[in-house]
Design a protein around this ligand. Sequence first.
Ligand code: ZN
Length: 149
Amino acid sequence: MTTSIAYGPARVLPGEQIHISTNPDTEPFWEAAKERRLTACQCASCGQFRMPPSAYCPNCSSKERNWPTLPGTGQVFSYAICNKNPANGEDYVYVPVVVELDQAGGVRLVGNLTGCNAEDMHIGMRVEVEWTDICDGWVLPNFRVTDPA
Ligand SMILES: [Zn+2]
């Protein structure tokens, strides 16, 4: 027996509820996001991508890093359907997704998803980055479904 629940449209969480903290390893990612440019940490010596960013390459131990501009597209690797706003407990449908980013060596980024009903989510959906203004002038990468079928 299959049970189907209608959750409705997935939304991003309100930006005014989202605070981030940065450190020297993550700051370049967030500064690029302010320019609405998606990037990932890449080793400048061996080319391996790593997310989250870290000081040393786990492959070759180099400290040299590049922050290439990515196309901002990818596919859903995993997701969850949430139906309560964590800030206040109100009914609020949102879908945290783990996205495997294109042209980034298989690294994944977590965001919230829009562009489809939560009950229509499936692994492998194509998505593109969508930017959300959040607290303190920062900008958060979220994702929008590009193939809702
Ligand atoms: Zn390396």
